[in-house]
Structures are given as C-alpha cells and as structure tokens.
Design a protein around this ligand. Structure first.
Ligand code: ZN
Ligand code: ZN
Length: 259
C-alpha cells in the first residue's frame, strides 16, 4: 500500500530561521540532486512567543524569503517545483494575529504545528533537545504536558486553515520519560477526526527516522490516519541541505503492504 509520494519533500528549513544551515538555493540544488519533483520550503512563523532566542522569521525575513524563492522558481522551475510555504506554530493566546499574518501572503502550503508552551511569562520549546526546555517542561509532569500539547494541537486544527499537520507526536521527543497513555491516544483520535473533517493531510516527518528509527508520527497513528482516509505528506524537516528528501526509511515503511 503506497499512499505517500516520496518525490515531494514537503518540509525544509534554511538558515533564515537561525537554527538551520544552507541557503534556499542549496536546498533546491540538493532536491534536484535527489531527483525530487517538488520541494516545499516551510519556514517557521511564530507570533507572541517569549523565548530566549529567535528561531523563526520576522516579517522582513519573509519578504526576503519570497523574493529569493521567486527568483529560484524562475531559475530552476523547469527542473523542480519550488513551493513557498509556512510552518505556522500555533499560539492559543494569539490565534487572531496568526490568522492575520497568514492572510497577508499567498502561500503554496500552510502547515501547522505547535512548538512553544507558555509557563509563567516564558515559553518553552516542546520539541527541543535543549535541557533548558526539557527540565522546565518535565517539572510540570510529562503526561500533563503531553495532554496539554494534544489539546492545543486539536484547537490549532480547528482554527488554522492549514493543509498539513506537522510532526504530530513529536512532543517532548527528547525527554527520557516520554511515553503516551491511553488518554493521549484518545486525544490523537479526536485530532485525526478533526483533520479528516477538514481534509487536512498528515505529515510523515522523516526527522523521526534519523532520531528514533520511526517517523513522526509513529506507525500506528499513520495507520489510523490511513483508515480515516487522511492523505499523507512526506517531509524531511531538513535543517541542512544534505537531509533534503532523505526518505530511505519511509520508502521501506510505505513499501508494498507494509503500512
Ligand atoms: Zn526548525
Ligand atoms: Zn516543527
């Protein structure tokens, strides 16, 4: 059962987000090298986040992003479709502003994720490997943070006009005690139901393959999405050009009869 197009990498970042390396052109060339047909840049947009560093693009950055993206589309368009998209990090306290920011531009792909949870007056990154984040979120209790994460993802799906949901189960992915309970799986089912209703795709994020030998989300969740007729979208989540289109494990997982 092959339900995913591995000639499309629907999720890459560049040095514009301050925590990835390589220019947009480097990623385009890497994608052509891999034999991809379509590449979607999915740069980070965050609103109202109080974090010790900026890991997303400003308005001005997005101006530059579109300018350079359109130049690359012109230059390489006969060899690769260059998509200019956005990974919008949901912030439940600033949803109206997020919708306004999204409405300002024409995106080739709007993908939604949830990265930053507020604790007191600070935000902490839910998918980071930094001990600063893991310790603060861990103190709240892993199960509690996971439940809050899925609650917020559900709200994001119901609020943001996105086509794709990114790395659904990547919450606290670097925390040593991460595990999901039955109640969390029930939350995931609600999210999948809301996605199906809205025709949103589920990203199968290959960064999980490199990290834990299994994509985000895990196979059982992908299987449940397929049963609900939710389309799947492959994304490398590359933060360096050499990771563009690295779908070896997805190719195995989604090979004949394996899902
Ligand atoms: Zn990133
Ligand atoms: Zn992300």
């Amino acid at each position: 059962m092959n339900k995913i197009d591995l000639k499309i990498d629907g999720h890459v970042h560049t040095s514009m987000c301050h925590h990835a390396s390589g220019s947009m052109e480097d990623y385009v060339l890497a994608a052509i090298d891999r034999g991809l047909e379509r590449l979607f840049f999915l740069e980070h947009l965050e609103v109202g986040i109080n974090y010790f560093e900026c890991t997303w693009l400003s308005r001005q950055d997005f101006d530059n992003y579109f300018q350079e993206g359109l130049r690359l589309r012109e230059k390489y368009g006969d060899r690769l479709f260059v998509g200019l998209g956005v990974e919008v990090g949901y912030n439940p306290e600033r949803s109206q502003e997020i919708l306004e920011r999204l409405a300002e531009r024409t995106w080739d792909r709007v993908a939604v994720s949830y990265h930053f949870m507020r604790v007191g007056d600070q935000h902490y990154n839910l998918v980071s490997r930094k001990s600063h984040n893991l310790e603060a979120l861990g103190r709240l209790g892993v199960a509690k943070v996971v439940a809050a994460y899925f609650d917020t993802v559900l709200e994001a799906v119901q609020t943001v006009p996105a086509e794709v949901v990114c790395h659904l189960d990547a919450v606290l992915r670097y925390h040593p005690d991460i595990h999901f309970e039955q109640s969390h799986y029930r939350q995931i089912e609600l999210i999948l139901a809301a996605m199906a209703e809205r025709g949103m795709a589920l990203e199968v994020n290959a960064s999980g393959c490199r990290m834990r030998g299994e994509p985000f989300p895990a196979r059982d969740i992908v299987r449940e999405a397929v049963l609900r007729k939710i389309p799947l979208a492959a994304g490398s989540d590359a933060h360096r050009p050499e990771d563009v289109g690295r779908f070896e494990l997805l190719a195995e997982t989604f090979g004949e009869g394996s899902v």
